[in-house]
Design a protein around this ligand. Sequence first.
Ligand SMILES: *Cc1c(COP(=O)(O)O)cnc(C)c1O
Length: 229
Amino acid sequence: MDSFAHRLADIQLRIADAAARAGRPPQSVTLVAVSKTKPVEALHEAVRAGVRVFGENRVQEAVAKMPPFERDDVQWHLIGHLQSNKAKIAVERFAMVQSVDSIALAGRLNRLAADAGKRLPVLLQVHLGDEETKSGVAPDEASELVRQTLDLPNLELRGLMAIPPFFPDPQDVRPSFRRLRELRDALQERFPAHPLPELSMGMSHDFEVAIEEGATMVRVGAALFGARA
Ligand SMILES: *Cc1c(COP(=O)(O)O)cnc(C)c1O
């Protein structure tokens, strides 16, 4: 009973239930299957079960796993910190970079996307304050970063991403998810000409609460693939 397909079906049901509680259709939530550290066989099983979006936090590891899936309708999202020397390959190989957190990185991605003849969908990663990670723009600097990013013609800014602090009780993360949604709503009001529909928030432990608070993308690793070593 503990096959990938069963775990995926269970998570899809829980996504649909959480979306229903928020008055939204299940298709309003994209499941990003976080496959970091997992071998390519696990990704084959995921694709056979219906996964089409993978999240990886290291460029080199992801790119090494991509070749067998190039003929499938599979997308890769970068969800980890991007070093500038990996930016070119990231632009070329990822469908979305969720971890843009500085104007320097945005500018570099914009130039590389122009060179590659594409418009790269991105999210801005916001640092909500108390998490261990140093990545992410501070909430009070997000507006300026949005303004500057919207001026970059080869980036398509789609919304915000955050990795809130871990709490044993997922209900305790709710205020962080709500804060990210409220920040997005405020930015949307400030920049009405540009839609910012995406909120990437919620992981294995707390994705249902995140959906109740407005997540449109949940990044689920361990609950799908099993615990990481
Ligand atoms: C690892 C990771 C996840 C998935 O975490 P799980 O607890 O395994 O679901 C989600 N988002 C980011 C940015 C990650 O690095």
